[in-house]
Design a protein around this ligand. Sequence first.
Ligand code: ADP
Ligand code: MN
Ligand code: MN
Ligand code: MN
Length: 333
Amino acid sequence: MSYKAEYIWIDGTEPTHQLRSKTKIVNDAAEPPIWGFDGSSTNQATGDKSDCVLQPVFVCPDPVRGGDAKLVMCEVLWTDMTPHPTNTRRKCVEMSEKFADQEPWFGIEQEYTFLKDNWPLGWPSRGFPGPQGPYYCGVGSDEVYGREIVEAHLDACMEAGLGISGINAEVMMGQWEFQIGPLSPLQVSDQLWVARWLLYRIAEEFDVSATLDPKPIGGDWNGAGAHTNFSTNAMRESYDAVIGAAEALGTRAEEHIKNYGPGVERRLTGMHETAPWTEYTYGVSNRGASVRIPWQVEIDKKGYIEDRRPNANMDPYVVTSLIVETCCSALAK
Ligand code: ADP
Ligand code: MN
Ligand code: MN
Ligand code: MN
């Protein structure tokens, strides 16, 4: 029996790369093969040399189609099989191999906002709801909107076998979060991209869109981040290593901020549970710091740190490779 394989890849849209996908019918029990696409339609090639290559890197069951259908996350290559400039996964492979002995793990908190007619779901048309306060982890139809989509997405992630670890309603009405991990840098990143694709795809069924815009509404409304929780085997054993990682991030703060998602300065204002993007700070339980050490980690004297700076629209391949590079090279000393 042939099956439907949905090939998913990251395009060249600026400033924020977007997901694309198309379907291939694959024969019998074969693995999804290498495939191609028109790079001139995705900002990845010119019309005269338009062919780009899709190299499958992560395959899982497709919970939308069910049966034998599969989702196929891909890397983009040139036709000579070298990585395309938009292919940020290659550096993640390199960093993962270089620091494999430190066994880095990541848990990523993906925040996002549902939009209906280009305005947050549940908000009065072109108007504003009551101020923030009751919406975070709220219950009741006056406080949370889109729960049926969120539940369908959670089920889909579980059926796909992704390492999803939770969901919650967020501080701004119409905003939600799901978490993927803890997993290795490549696993968490491949799976986060697939989970994002599933979110967009499932919201389609409800005629709603989801956006990773880091600050969908200006003013006194929370932005959307992707808090990135990180540990190594040493950090999972010793508090010195936890502090060492937090200190290491301070030595390359500017380089990190630049790579934490377009528009990061719009979100990291110093208000709404953020630290200003121009300063680097870390602290126990501090949600106004760049990096938080969870209270339980201080009690246990081991565990992980939370980098609160990455935007919702960050590329997890980029963010996890940078954190591994910075923290693992410092901890190796
Ligand atoms: P918050 O309190 O900031 O909202 P969440 O519960 O949303 O935190 O997310 C915490 C994330 O950290 C989860 O994805 C969890 O799996 C992950 N995590 C837990 N332990 C570790 C660890 N040792 N290393 C990396 N990530 C971890
Ligand atoms: Mn969270
Ligand atoms: Mn959150
Ligand atoms: Mn968090």
